[in-house]
Design a binder for this molecule. Structure first.
Ligand SMILES: [Zn+2]
Length: 278
């Protein structure tokens, strides 16, 4: 156990729920969550009212760990402090984006939770995780090989991450450059584990949208939506940028191999309206 969680312990996740999930898939998800004592709260719909409901449910569940996007965990922690509520969770596992020192402090003081940062990517899930010493992240050496390759235009203590997945024979990732940049870290960890280490991942930052009704929607929502609607894959989206100009005014820039079809634009717009308002 790294953060106090043992198999069989309950876990709460503050995570982006599937946007267009079939009934069968929903049933499968519910069954899995029941068996693994895994409760998921949607980080794409974080209004004050919902965060209050989340806090009530989390108190009932009394989980050993809460896991989620760093920014969503930070927002929940801020809500708990500002609304003078009580929520105590032993540990927090943050992922998907940078865990800034002030996020860690807020989570620690408002949720009484020790924060353990974890790093992975969509293609290779669990790459590295913090131990109780909180000095860099231990690489999951049994499953991945991680290299940090310095380039001359970079600061001296960082490099590009190159990852080799040792488990995936179906879609091999060999010396795969996933676009992330990490700091180097020297020496052994004082926890005694001999797994190799990397320093913090730099530059992976998400922000959130705030709708007219006050609902907070994590920025990962756009990535999920483009994937779930198969637009990323079929139109070959290389880059995107969503700009919020006002509570109900958004501008989505896409770099894609081809133009989006009318049907793709229609489905995309409907889903965006559903989550971000009219
Ligand atoms: Zn350690």
């Amino acid at each position: 156990s790294w953060c106090g969680w043992q198999p069989g312990d309950s876990i709460v996740r503050l995570w982006g729920k599937r946007i267009n999930e079939s009934r069968w898939s929903k049933m499968r998800t519910k069954m899995r969550q029941f068996l693994f004592k895994d409760s998921v709260f949607d980080s794409f719909k974080m209004s004050q009212e919902r965060m209050s409901q989340y806090a009530d449910r989390i108190n009932e569940i009394s989980p050993k760990v809460i896991r989620g996007y760093s920014h969503s965990l930070y927002l929940l922690a801020m809500y708990i402090r500002e609304s003078a509520r009580n929520l105590t969770i032993p540990a927090c596992s943050s992922t998907a984006e940078m865990l800034f020192p002030h996020y860690r402090e807020e989570i620690k003081s408002s949720l009484s939770a020790r924060c353990f940062d974890q790093y992975g990517c969509g293609e290779i899930r669990n790459i590295a995780a913090e131990c109780e010493v909180h000095d860099g992240l231990h690489v999951n050496d049994e499953h991945v090989i991680v290299e940090i390759v310095h380039k001359k235009e970079m600061a001296s203590d960082v490099g590009e991450l190159i990852v080799t997945d040792l488990d995936n024979y179906g879609m091999p990732f060999i010396r795969y450059k996933n676009g992330d940049i990490a700091k180097n870290i020297e020496g052994e960890c004082s926890c005694g584990r001999e797994l190799s280490r990397i320093g913090e991942i730099v530059g992976r930052i998400s922000s959130s949208f705030i709708t007219k009704t006050g609902t907070i929607v994590h920025g990962e929502f756009i990535t999920h939506l483009l994937n779930e609607l198969q637009i990323s894959q079929e139109a070959g989206i290389r880059e995107f940028q969503m700009i919020q100009n006002d509570y109900d005014k958004y501008h989505l820039n896409l770099v894609s191999k081809r133009e989006l079809s009318k049907s793709e634009i229609y489905h995309l717009t409907c889903s965006l309206k559903q989550y971000l308002g009219p």
